[in-house]
Design a protein around this ligand. Structure first.
Ligand SMILES: Cc1cc2nc3c(=O)[nH]c(=O)nc-3n(C[C@H](O)[C@H](O)[C@H](O)COP(=O)(O)OP(=O)(O)OC[C@H]3O[C@@H](n4cnc5c(N)ncnc54)[C@H](O)[C@@H]3O)c2cc1C
Length: 459
């Protein structure tokens, strides 16, 4: 899509010529996603520095019916932040201020472009803790995390981003601003627009700031990596750990094949002498040392073949590396197909046992890598060795997930990658309601028009 020279000139007047980037070399990183699977092109990347500038940019684009893709850290994994149809990119990362932490409420206002790592640091420095953590923390932004309702490794304890959100500032497609950042914990005066925009993936408004809830810090953490020779025993341990540990932060799952790849590619020593079928990483955190409670809980798990425990920070980080290294090493094998699904707890085992065979029947040369957030029933199915345009694997896995009453997007969102499958997990009435909301907030459809909602022709 091209944009008129008049619009480009008006955008330069608004944000300054240096912040309207058109040189393909300069915008190269804005048009391809983190995996390298989704690659597009854009006439310009616009980088506003204030909320007023965001408002003017959107007003101008709306007047010319120019499609816009909002972009934060561009770590999204479903092709939602890249201009796959030649859209203009609205890069919000210059809006990156983080306000002071309110000592009475433990709330903070962060602008959309602030990274998760900075927010976490600022919370810690003020004696609090932010409830979200994920592997892309150094790059992912507050705006992107609100737009995707990001989850991460601590959902079990603190919930996803929506649960951290007290208020929002956002710019509608026509440039009008919604601002509700007063931090009221109780305010039942109408629809929850912050909740609506959270998870809307840039289709309803551009988030410019969020009022976020912080939590009491936990000063002592301990991490254990448990090995199992039986996948079902590993899944059963999740319930035991949840029941027995009142300070559990995370319960993560991965398998031998992934561990081997991580150790090989990252040059890490294996955690155990022998190989095992499945690994459960559990993190407990409290103000007093949780090592004993964690030890007792692990002792109650059945058929644990081996355990490694980390009681200091360096050792804890080293155990986490086995789990967090998965996305980056899989990426080294070539752009993976990433399917982020969740299952009801009682169907998780069936899914894990069945899905590799189901994929092999369609794509015999493909490799399947699974890991995820076990306590949330969330498995990341990564597939390498399938062409980017081959939808058969996605279709088969999603249909299987839907038949088990799971979700085709546990935490990454629908993006452009999964929109054609939304009907598998949302009814026609729900999709029509989504469309009505979209029409009400963005009547000309300029905000991420190729994301989340299926084409009108689709079911
Ligand atoms: C190594 C790695 C690990 C990850 N782990 C997790 C995980 O554990 N849990 C998880 O949930 N995700 C995870 N992700 C995915 C990703 O980090 C999250 O989706 C994150 O929230 C995206 O933030 P971002 O700033 O990079 O957003 P982007 O990728 O820039 O954008 C994501 C979506 O939000 C929209 N958007 C961005 N900014 C705005 C804004 N200001 N206003 C409106 N819309 C906007 C975009 O249009 C796009 O649709 C991981 C990614 C990587 C690379």
């Amino acid at each position: 899509m091209s944009v008129s020279s008049g619009l480009l000139a008006a955008l330069r007047d608004t944000v300054g010529a240096a912040h309207v980037r058109t040189d393909p070399d300069v915008v190269a990183a804005n048009v391809v996603d983190w995996t390298g699977r989704f690659r597009g092109a854009t006439p310009a990347v616009v980088r506003p520095g204030t909320v007023d500038e965001v408002a003017t940019v959107l007003r101008l684009c709306n007047a010319e019916r120019t499609a816009v893709v909002p972009q934060g850290g561009n770590t999204g994994l479903v092709g939602g932040a890249v201009p796959l149809h030649g859209e203009l990119v609205l890069d919000v990362r210059r809006l990156d201020a983080i306000g002071p932490v309110d000592a009475r409420t433990g709330q903070v206002t962060a602008q959309a472009g602030a990274t998760l790592a900075r927010l976490q640091r600022q919370a810690r420095d003020a004696g609090w803790q932010y409830g979200i953590d994920l592997g892309a923390r150094d790059v992912a932004t507050v705006g992107g995390m609100v737009a995707t309702n990001a989850g991460g490794v601590h959902v079990l304890r603190y919930g996803p981003t929506r649960r951290q959100l007290v208020g929002i500032e956002a710019v509608l497609a026509d440039g009008r601003v919604i601002r509700r950042l007063d931090g009221l914990e109780k305010d039942n005066s109408g629809f929850d627009l912050a909740g609506l925009l959270c998870g809307s993936e840039g289709t309803l408004a551009v988030v410019t700031a969020a009022r976020l809830r912080l939590h009491a810090p936990t000063r002592s953490r301990v991490v254990a990596l448990c090995a199992f020779d039986d996948v079902d025993a590993a899944l059963d341990s999740v319930g035991v750990l949840r029941r027995e540990l009142d300070c559990v932060n995370a319960i993560e799952l991965f398998f031998e094949k992934g561990l081997e790849l991580v150790c090989d590619r990252l040059g890490l020593a294996r955690p155990f002498a022998a190989s095992h079928a499945a690994y459960v990483l559990v993190e407990a955190a409290a103000n007093t040392d949780p090592t004993e409670s964690l030890g007792r809980a692990v002792d109650l798990c059945v058929d644990v073949a081996d355990v490694a425990v980390a009681t200091d920070e360096a050792a804890a980080r080293a155990l986490w590396r086995y789990r967090e290294g998965h996305p980056e090493v899989i990426n080294l094998l070539g752009a993976p197909l990433k399917l982020d699904v969740s299952l009801p707890a009682d169907r998780l085992g069936e899914f894990i046992h069945t899905v590799p065979g189901c994929i092999a029947a369609i794509a015999p040369d493909a490799s399947v890598w699974m890991f995820g957030h076990a306590a949330d029933g969330n498995v990341h199915v990564n597939v390498t060795g399938v062409p980017a345009d081959d939808e058969r694997v996605t279709e088969a896995v999603f249909e299987f997930v839907a038949s088990l009453h799971g979700s085709i997007s546990a935490e990454h969102g629908i993006g452009s990658a999964k929109r054609r499958y939304l009907h598998l997990v949302r009814s026609a009435v729900e999709i029509e309601t989504y469309r009505a909301i979209k029409r009400a907030l963005d009547p000309f459809g300029i905000l991420n028009p190729h994301v989340l909602l299926p084409d009108e022709r689709s079911p």
